[in-house]
Design a protein around this ligand. Sequence first.
Ligand SMILES: [Zn+2]
Length: 322
Amino acid sequence: MSQHFLLSKAARSLSIARVARLSDEEAHDAFRLIRWTATEGEPVCPRCQCGATYKYETRKLWKCKACTHQFSVTSGTIFASRKMPIRDILLAIAIFVNGAKGHSALQLSRDLDCQYKTAFVLAHKIREALADEMADETVSGEVEVDGAYFGGYAKPANWKENRLDRRLAENQTGKRRVVVIMRERGGRTLPFVFKAESQSIHTIAERVEKGRVIHADEAAHWDVLHTRYLTKRINHQESYSDGEACTNMAESFFSRLRRAEIGTHHHISGRHLGAYASEMAWREDHRRVSNGEQYLMATNAALIHPVSRQWKGYWQRGNIRV
Ligand SMILES: [Zn+2]
């Protein structure tokens, strides 16, 4: 029997110990090379894209000869205004990509010996950068569509006589959301968050190319997909695959997201559900890529991603709840 990819040596090309041992200078050089790959690490002005710069030797800053803009290796990226040393950011990314079911902010704060709030925002910045990869993507070929509900847990009362029927809408919290996934076999995984599965039809029409094959379950709201796609349905009451239709690739994604919810984060709030779903889609799509490559891809994604509107100064804007 051939060896599973994840057990092979090729799957392990990143050593956290090696990243942790980087000097400030080496970490800075690593960042520079990843950010400015095209110029082999030579700085390019983020404001006017000019390659001619003056260098401030002592402060690790450059000044653009054309527009006089001063910038550092993280200026204009998702890590702008950072206080954390670059080595610790690289370490955070290395730890983050190694977590098959995600990595909790609390654990990251212990790994890096930083505040919980710092780790929380840092992990979300990495998620935001990864999600960018699929921002305008469409899927084609054979696409599996399915939904699964997350969040909005209503705790049952202690005494039986006080318990409510949690299946009724009036006894629910209203925070429950559904993640709808469009997963191309052998291709990308695109997750979206809705209040109800039936609200996803418009987004499916935008993201799945017309005339393609869609696999979906027996839920009635998928019936309209037949007008636009060659739709194959599988009745989950009877089987998970009948040789024609199956949504097992979509289920694999939900399995990973569910494990992240239960095993890593313990709770995923509705407003961040999209971010965690995108993270898990990224992990699914790159599960056969070595962790060293994942680390480079994630670092590169973060360094080409502009300053985060959502996460820059998150705690300074009075967000006290996570
Ligand atoms: Zn410039």
